[in-house]
Write a protein that binds this ligand. Sequence first.
Ligand code: SAM
Length: 307
Amino acid sequence: MDDFTASSTALVTCRMRAVHGRLDAAPIIDDPWGDTLVPVEVLRVLLEKMAPERLAIAGELSDAEIAAAADRFVRDFGPYGNVILRTRFNEDALAAAVARGVRQYVIIGAGFDSFILRQPGWAADLAIIELDHPASQALKRQRLEECGIAVPANAHFTPADLGKTSVREALSNSVFNPAEPAFFAWLGVTMYLTREQNLGTLRSVAEVSAPGSEIVFSYMHQAVFDSAGAGVERYDELESGVRAVGEPLVSGFDPATLEDDLASVGLQLLEGCTDADLERRYDADGVNKLQGFEISLIARAGPAGAP
Ligand SMILES: C[S@@+](CC[C@H](N)C(=O)[O-])C[C@H]1O[C@@H](n2cnc3c(N)ncnc32)[C@H](O)[C@@H]1O
């Protein structure tokens, strides 16, 4: 991402979650905010850049037709199932952490994540800190304001370009207390950063992780980058779509060496899942046809040495 342009992929994933609630048979998450936060004029621009063929229909499209075309596009787009499954996995892990007594939730690369707006009762005592690229965070705050949506008192915003500022440094300017355990979510971000930035971010998370802390993060299989996506269904569409909005795919992790990578930065792997694992867990009968992405994975980790 450049210094000034907000993330478009964050708008796409936000809309995906709303589409899931409206169009899938038995939704596993309830997040309608993409219908409010991503307006039709934004959907039109996203389509023009990411899937212009969806607009190549004779005659002027109405707003309703644009919205319907965009909804079909995001539902067909490779990472759709992954976005839904990872959201559910993450928030289940968050709920378990809160039940254990964790009271800080840090959303790294939050984008248009709407947790602050749909907090369940168990989140009442949480301090929620959204850490994101300054341009993306500014756009989200602007959009919240335009929509007249009040930011809850327990939500805090901390801008940081992870290529320039560490998580520790960014959090030092917030209400975050490194002496207390925290839950970190880092979803749909690692693929846009270099391996050095990813390891640096994980190291920084480890540095501010009191015992009892956890991080959930999603990643793409490094083999995809090594083979330029050869043989991976729906990869070309993903790669060209995100590149078209200035967010090229950059790096991944190899699940076979993830444990060592995490150990090298002071973390230990607690759980690792593929999309197929998550589909079996959350959509066993396949009624939602989520079709997880074979190259998408998710990991849950905690500070090294914790029981
Ligand atoms: C695909 S969006 C994911 C948003 C959200 N986590 C979700 O799952 O919907 C990618 C996010 O990564 C953030 N991001 C990308 N590069 C970044 C950087 N260098 N520093 C901070 N955030 C970055 C973008 O601002 C954006 O919010």
